[in-house]
Design a protein around this ligand. Structure first.
Ligand SMILES: *Cc1c(COP(=O)(O)O)cnc(C)c1O
Length: 396
C-alpha cells in the first residue's frame, strides 16, 4: 500500500534537492567542541554549535554525569508524576529557579516541549497571545496548540507590539511571548520596553532564554539581568541543550501557580519520560560551575568582540550582535553556500543561511562563538574568512 505515498515522497524530496534545500548531515566522530573531526577524519574548527560556554566536553560535567549514573541509575522509565521524580530532579529545578531568580521551575525533555506545553494549559478562547514574528518554531507550535487569539508583531518592533496590545484589549488575559535572543541576527529583544508595555496594557511577559541564558547580561544570566527586569517577567523557558552543557532538556521557570498548573496539565510533561539522571546530575554540576566563577562567560564575550572587531576591520558586513551569534552578511543565496563550502575546505565549519530561513536577499554565514574557542582558533577562522572573502570578491 506504500506505493502511492512512496512516489509522492520521492517527487517531493527531489523538489527539495532541486531547490537546494536538502539538509545533509555531517558526521562528527569526536566529542562536540571547538576542534572536531568529521566523517573522513578531516579536522575542522567548529563555529556553528550552540556550545556557547564550551561545556559540551567539560571534564567535570562528564564526571558528574558518570557519578549520577552510579548513584541514580541510567533511565527513569516513567513520567514525573507516576514514578519519574528523583531528588536530583527537584534539586535541579531549585537550581534553575535560583539562576533565574524565580519562584519555581518545571523540567521537560527539551525546550521544544516546554514551549509546546506552555500555552494550552494556561489560556483559552477568551485570551490573547501576542508573539514576535521571529519567535522560535516551538513557540509557534505551542501557540498553535492553544485556543487563545493570536497576534503577531514585527520583530522587536515596540510600536507594532503596542498595536497588538490595543487590539487585544478586550481579551481576558494577554501574554507577550518573545525569544530573548533571535537566532538568525543575534539581536536581543528589548525586554525592558516589552515589560513597560505589558504593565501599561495589563499583559503577562514570557521570554525564551534558549540563546540568551549564559550569554547576555553582565554575568550572562540572560535578558532579565541585561535589562534589570527581574520580577517583571512572569515566565522564562530555556534549554539545557545550548549554553548549559548542551546535552538535552528544557525548563519553564516563573511564578509558582503557573508552574504548579503546568505540572497538572502540561501535556509534554504529563505524557513524556523524565530527564535521565546523568543529565540531571551533570546539570546540577553545571550550575555549580557557573556559580563558582564567571570565567567562561567573560571568555565568551572577549571572543565575540575579538572576532567581530577583526571581521569588521577586514571589511566584512556584520550585523550588530548583542549575543554570541555573528551574522556575516553576503545577501546572495548561492554565494552563501559557496562561501560555506570553501570555508569547510579551509577547515572552518560554518553554515550559510538563505531564504526561507532568513528573508529573501539576506543570505549570510552565521558564526557562533564559544568560550571553547582559543585565540588560535579565532585567528584561523578570521584568516580563512579573509582568504575566501577575497577569492569570492566579498571584500577587497
Ligand atoms: C534551541 C531552541 C529551542 C529548542 O530547545 P531544545 O531544548 O533543543 O528543544 C527552543 N527555543 C529557542 C528560542 C531555541 O533557540
Amino acid at each position: 500500500m506504500y506505493g502511492k505515498l512512496k512516489d509522492f515522497l520521492t517527487d517531493e524530496l527531489s523538489r527539495i534537492r532541486d531547490a537546494g534545500l536538502y539538509k545533509n548531515e555531517r558526521i562528527i566522530t569526536t566529542p562536540q567542541r571547538a576542534d572536531i573531526r568529521i566523517g573522513d577524519g578531516q579536522p575542522v574548527l567548529n563555529f556553528c554549535a550552540n556550545n556557547y560556554l564550551g561545556l559540551s566536553d567539560n571534564r567535570r560535567l562528564i564526571k558528574a554525569a558518570q557519578e549520577a549514573m552510579e548513584t541514580h541509575g541510567y533511565g527513569m522509565s516513567s513520567v514525573r508524576f507516576i514514578c519519574g521524580t528523583q531528588d536530583i530532579h527537584k534539586q535541579l529545578e531549585a537550581a534553575v529557579s535560583e539562576y533565574f531568580r524565580t519562584e519555581d521551575t518545571i523540567l521537560y525533555a527539551a525546550c521544544f516541549d516546554a514551549n509546546g506545553g506552555l500555552f494550552e494549559p494556561l489560556f483559552s478562547e477568551e485570551d490573547a497571545i501576542i508573539s514576535d514574528a521571529l519567535n522560535h518554531a516551538s513557540i509557534i507550535d505551542g501557540v498553535r496548540l492553544c485556543k487563545a487569539r493570536r497576534y503577531r508583531y514585527a520583530n522587536a518592533d515596540m510600536a507594532d507590539l503596542e498595536r497588538c496590545l490595543k487590539e487585544a484589549a478586550s481579551q481576558r488575559f494577554r501574554i507577550i511571548a518573545t525569544d530573548g535572543v533571535f537566532s538568525m541576527d543575534g539581536n536581543i529583544a528589548p525586554v525592558d520596553e516589552i515589560c513597560n508595555l505589558a504593565e501599561k496594557y495589563d499583559a503577562l511577559v514570557m521570554v525564551d532564554e534558549s540563546h540568551s541564558a549564559g550569554v547576555t547580561g553582565p554575568t550572562g544570566h540572560g535578558v532579565a539581568e541585561q535589562f534589570g527586569c527581574y520580577g517583571r517577567i512572569d515566565i522564562f523557558t530555556g534549554t539545557l541543550g545550548k549554553s548549559f552543557g548542551g546535552a538535552m532538556g528544557g525548563f519553564t521557570t516563573g511564578k509558582k501557580e503557573i508552574i504548579d498548573m503546568l505540572r497538572q496539565r502540561s501535556r509534554p510533561y504529563l505524557f513524556s519520560n523524565s530527564l535521565a539522571p546523568s543529565i540531571a546530575g551533570a546539570s546540577l554540576e553545571m550550575f555549580k560551575i557557573l556559580k563558582e566563577s564567571n570565567a567562561l562567560h567573560s571568555k565568551l564575550m572577549a571572543n565575540v568582540s575579538y572576532f567581530c572587531d577583526r571581521m569588521l576591520a577586514a571589511g566584512f558586513d556584520i550585523k550588530p550582535t548583542q549575543s554570541a551569534i555573528c551574522a556575516v552578511m553576503l545577501y546572495d543565496a548561492r554565494l552563501s553556500q559557496d562561501f560555506a563550502s570553501r570555508m569547510q575546505e579551509e577547515g572552518i565549519y560554518v553554515t550559510g543561511f538563505y531564504y526561507p530561513v532568513v528573508p529573501k536577499g539576506e543570505a549570510r554565514i552565521r558564526v557562533q562563538l564559544s568560550a571553547g574557542h582559543e585565540k588560535e582558533h579565532l585567528d584561523k577562522a578570521i584568516a580563512s574568512f579573509i582568504k575566501v572573502g577575497k577569492e569570492l570578491k566579498c571584500i577587497r
